[in-house]
Design a protein around this ligand. Structure first.
Ligand code: PEP
Ligand code: MG
Length: 585
């Protein structure tokens, strides 16, 4: 097999080596997980039972056909029965379950996709159109399967499934919600054709701490099922069918990385203090309450960003579209209790752009500039009030802070604060306890906000800089679009100035300023941010200890003047070089 290398965008660090598992868009629409060896035959039976149920159902339809029904109707049922009995439909997916351990839905969709591709190549139009019949039959079977779906797919720990080498997902695209569904599965790497470094899919891959590379353009076409693949998440390189020598080199690098990570674990309880004795707060970004465990394992002082929208996404067609107040409250409380008294900063719903509430309703002309985050919440006051009440209720179980995303206008701040006051009043009237002094902060992630800081500092208790969006909106590039990914530069002087201005304004006003965008977890930028005066960093737990190591060896007396010099520079190459030098100090 020919070896080839693809270059894309690195999004999640580390190296993984495994077999390619191609996921088609259709496969992403159904649950996809691996079935442990001992459950394979039960899964085969689940699919056989579903086939039998559809068969019975079609026969019933036949017998119930009115006498005067058009003949086409009976013929159509016949065709579906025939399709269902064809071994390509009724046998091949069973083999896929047995050989690849796919769950029944995934096995069926994989086979149907393969067949559909073959049908597309048929010249005869009549035959080509039979593809639709096959898909309709598959949908009938899927419907039955959904009814027998396992409540929680089995969890395979990496390496536990000896039957399979570790698997690398290769797909054209993966939505953030789908990526989240990969948590706890035995996938060890991700490769997608599209996507940018700070798309939410990439961010979730980082939070899962799994090597990933995106923007690979043709990967899902060039890589074949079960090909051996190396994902170099540091370089954004994917090597398909590597030679034995290359494989050996990567295995050695992988082993060294694992060792280095283990060494970092020793820093868990070490306080994050610079060499000159300045304490720094290291917080965790989380997507779901379960992420609190890795946050605590990494020694996080609290949660600096709980992306609450992940509770609202990927709920499937059968779930109610948005979680109600009690369900949200339970989730927020779970995070608060898990953090054992450490602060939990819950960001209010930031849907829109690459995190649509309902992907099928994705119609905005320019979603990144559209009805996103606080704009959406203010347009849906009942939904916003529900979330605010749920957050406030959780605040009686530990320290909670509210963080509002995408603010740009004074009236948006005032309306948000007004809604919080209203939610508090509703709770008071119901005698429900909450923290009356709850702090409310603003994400600074639109350049307009960073240029109008007095508007924010006088109204808000704290600020958190969302560098992912701040870069996107300052440089006018879509963070999801790999074609402009090369323009996504955190070190652009305009970006650095907006960040420095925000940190300064917070210090002068005496309010806390954090960075919760991906820059906070990039060790190449830790010293620059420290030099700018940043004392609060919020990042994925997986990055926290490496950032702490940087902090422990940083001297603010040296970094301050150097950083001021960098901020006076307008030449990107000089900035990049000076920032690199900070790491050698
Ligand atoms: C950001 O924009 O930097 C941020 C932290 O929020 P998100 O990535 O969820 O948009
Ligand atoms: Mg943002």
């Amino acid at each position: 097999m020919a070896s080839f290398t693809l270059h894309g965008i690195p999004v999640s660090r580390g190296i993984s080596i495994g077999r390619a598992h191609l996921l088609t868009p259709a496969a992403l629409d159904v649950k996809h997980y691996l079935v442990p060896e001992e459950q394979v035959e039960a899964e085969v039976k689940r699919l056989q039972d579903a086939f039998a149920a559809v068969h019975r159902n079609l026969q019933e339809l036949w017998t119930e056909l009115p006498k005067d029904a058009p003949t086409e109707l009976g013929a159509f049922i016949d065709v579906h029965v025939l399709i269902l009995s064809d071994p390509m439909i009724s046998e091949a997916p069973l083999d896929i379950i047995r050989s690849r351990h796919y769950n029944a839905e995934w096995a069926l969709v994989t086979q149907i996709d393969e067949l559909s591709a073959q049908f597309d190549e048929i010249e005869d139009e009549y035959l080509r159109e039979r593809k639709q019949d096959i898909q309709q039959v598959a949908e009938r079977v899927l419907k039955v399967l959904m009814g027998t779906a396992l409540a929680a797919p089995p969890v395979l720990k990496a390496g536990e499934d000896e039957f399979q080498p570790q698997m690398i997902v290769v797909a054209h695209d993966i939505s953030p919600a789908d990526m989240l569904a990969f948590r706890d599965r035995s996938f060890v790497g991700f490769v997608t054709d599209v996507g940018g470094q700070n798309s939410h899919t990439a961010i979730v891959a980082r939070s899962l701490d799994i090597p990933a590379a995106v923007g690979m353009s043709q990967a899902s076409r060039l890589i074949e099922q079960d090909d051996w693949v190396i994902v170099d998440g540091d370089a954004g390189v994917v090597i398909c069918n590597p030679s034995a020598l290359v494989l050996e080199q990567y295995r050695a690098r992988q082993a060294a990385l694992i060792k280095a990570r283990k060494r970092l674990l020793k820093l868990k309880k070490t306080p994050a203090i610079t060499k000159d004795g300045t304490p720094v707060t290291l917080l965790a970004n989380i997507e779901l309450p379960d992420d609190c465990a890795p946050a605590l394992d990494a020694g996080a002082a609290g949660v600096g960003l709980f992306r609450s929208e992940f509770l609202f996404m990927g709920r499937g067609a059968h779930a109610l579209r948005v979680p109600g107040e009690d369900e949200q409250f339970e989730q927020y409380r779970k995070a608060v209790l898990a953090m054992k008294g450490r602060p939990v900063t819950i960001r209010t719903l930031d849907v829109g752009a690459d995190k649509p509430l309902d992907p099928s309703e994705h119609t905005a002309l320019n979603p990144a500039l559209g009805l996103r985050a606080i704009r959406y919440c203010l347009a849906e006051p009942q939904l916003f009030l529900t979330q605010l009440r749920a957050i406030l209720r959780a605040s009686s179980f530990g320290k909670v802070r509210i963080l509002i995303p995408m603010l740009a206008h004074a009236f948006e701040i005032d309306q948000s604060l007004g809604m919080i006051a209203q939610a508090k009043q509703q709770l008071r009237e119901q005698n429900i306890k909450f923290d009356e002094q709850i702090e409310v902060g603003a994400m600074i992630e639109i350049p307009a906000a960073a240029l109008a800081l007095p508007m924010f500092v006088k109204r808000m208790d704290f600020l958190s800089i969302g560098t992912n969006d701040l870069i996107q909106y300052t440089l006018a590039i879509d963070r999801v679009d790999y074609e402009v990914a090369h323009l996504y530069n955190p070190l652009h002087p305009a970006v650095l100035h907006l960040i420095a201005m925000t940190i300064d304004a917070g210090r002068k006003a005496g309010i806390d300023v954090a960075v919760c965008g991906e820059m906070a977890g990039d060790i190449k930028l830790t010293r620059l941010l420290l030099g700018m005066g940043l004392r609060e960093f919020s990042m994925h737990p997986a990055q926290l200890l490496a950032v702490k190591q940087e902090i422990l060896s940083s001297d603010l007396a040296v970094l301050g003047p150097r950083t001021r010099r960098i901020l006076r520079t307008m030449e990107p190459a000089a900035i990049a070089e000076a920032v690199e030098q900070l790491q050698t100090l």
